[in-house]
Design a protein around this ligand. Structure first.
Ligand code: AMP
Ligand code: MG
Length: 399
């Protein structure tokens, strides 16, 4: 077992290198595919929009015919969904947003720039040739790959898939993740809190984090701090899932049995990651499953999940994993004392600057509930209010 101290970037790179995308894919109704990862590129069967169409309610005409405020007869009416005939020489067509532009028309003039008199119309404000026409294919051309394999199906991407008429999508199957929670002190909400006990908060947070990733969760509950019990649940977890994630029990105390169980049943790599909160990060294999051991401390577990487990799971799910998105924003705080490790501070972006939660203790879980991002501060750095800092929005870390 190695205890190498790695940088955040090294640990992330090692985990990503170890993550093999799922082999199994399935075909799914597009309506059920939100959050899934596309396994094959989606090639457009149709051109979007299929025809030149009007971007406005107005009049389709040949702009040259409308010069000098000439009155034009309104030869036809073209609502959306009802293609008209070709535009007769010298005519205008009444047209509505989304309706096909008739052959021969080169411009749509919006109705606000026209004046009508019975069945004739004239243009009363300068119009630009070609204006207000959405061109056929300006969004998508038939045969074009509109979505790439490895993309997660967001609402916008499902919209694009629908716009080319897709009803089914080739996606990776759901990743199965087994979880269990160590610690003789933890009890489930709903149970009596005996002296020395605390409620299991990691279960609620971790289930939420995994749920947002679209993982199938196999919840094996709480495990007492005993080697035999840990061995039994670890074996069960590995048989049931693609990835096993645990909280707690990975420190070096004699009440920490996860490492020993993992060494007995599989293999283990343990790293110290030079960061705060966090530090111990366990990666290993048990049978065919990957193993990730999160710290027990709820703030550390959460942050370690976001920075390491999440990209690992995404890669396992077949998704492309980009670098962590950070925005440079002015600090709304002073950070006068340089830290020994890289720190991820619970922060909120407000009034154009990053504010810190008053307590950055890793025992204070309310800091995470308050935060909408993390400020990433390098080891040894100090910050004065107004200095640029890296802000990692939670929306990026949780999506
Ligand atoms: P450990 O890593 O097992 O030494 O746990 C570190 C700290 O996290 C201890 O204070 C534990 O009581 C706490 N802890 C461990 N698991 C949980 C959990 N599921 N919910 C809340 N706190 C926990
Ligand atoms: Mg423990």
């Amino acid at each position: 077992m190695s205890h190498a101290t790695l940088t955040v970037d090294e640990a992330r790179a090692r985990l990503l290198a170890a993550a093999t995308p799922l082999a199994e894919t399935e075909t799914l109704a597009a309506d059920l595919a939100l959050g899934r990862v596309l396994a094959r590129p989606l090639v457009a069967a149709v051109t979007v929009p299929p025809l030149d169409n009007s971007a406005m309610d107005g009049y389709a005409l040949r702009l040259a015919d409308a010069a000098d405020g000439a009155w034009l007869p309104i030869g036809q009416r073209i609502p959306a969904g009802h293609p008209g005939g070709a535009l007769k020489a010298g005519d205008a067509a009444r047209i509505f947003t989304g309706a096909p532009v008739p052959e021969g028309a080169d411009t749509v003039v919006m109705q606000e720039d026209c004046e009508t008199d019975g069945d004739r119309v004239r243009v009363v404000r300068p119009a630009k040739a070609g204006a207000n026409i959405r061109r056929a294919g300006e969004d998508i051309r038939a045969g074009q790959a509109v979505l790439a394999a490895g993309q997660r199906l967001t609402p916008a991407r499902l919209g694009v898939a629908a716009s080319v008429g897709a009803t089914e999508l080739a996606v990776y199957r759901r990743l199965r993740v087994a979880v269990f929670f160590t610690g003789d002190e933890i009890v489930m909400p709903g149970q009596a809190l005996a002296p020395g006990r605390i409620y299991n908060s990691n279960r609620a947070s971790l289930r939420g984090l995994l749920g947002q990733l679209g993982c199938e969760i196999v919840d094996l509950g709480q495990v007492p701090d005993r080697l035999d019990a840990t061995l039994a649940v670890l074996e069960q977890a590995a048989a049931a899932a693609d990835v096993v994630i645990t909280s707690g029990g990975v420190s070096v105390g004699e009440e920490d049995h996860v490492k020993a169980a993992l060494e007995r049943l599989g293999r283990i790599d343990m790293w110290q990651v030079a960061m705060k909160p966090g530090k111990p990060l366990v990666y290993g294999r048990v049978g065919a499953a990957d193993f990730l051991g999160l710290p027990g401390n709820p703030v550390s577990a959460y942050v370690v999940f976001c920075l390491f487990a999440r990209p690992f799971l995404l890669a396992r799910m077949g998704a492309e994993v980009g670098p962590v998105k950070a925005y440079t924003v002015p600090a709304g705080f002073d950070w006068p004392k340089p830290g020994k490790r890289r720190e991820y501070l619970r922060a909120r972006y407000e009034d154009g600057r990053a504010l810190l939660y008053p307590s950055q203790s890793s025992g204070v879980l309310t800091s995470l509930a308050w935060a909408d991002g993390l400020v990433d501060i390098a080891a040894g750095a100090t910050v004065k209010a107004g200095d640029p800092v890296a802000f990692l929005p939670m929306t990026e870390l949780l999506a």
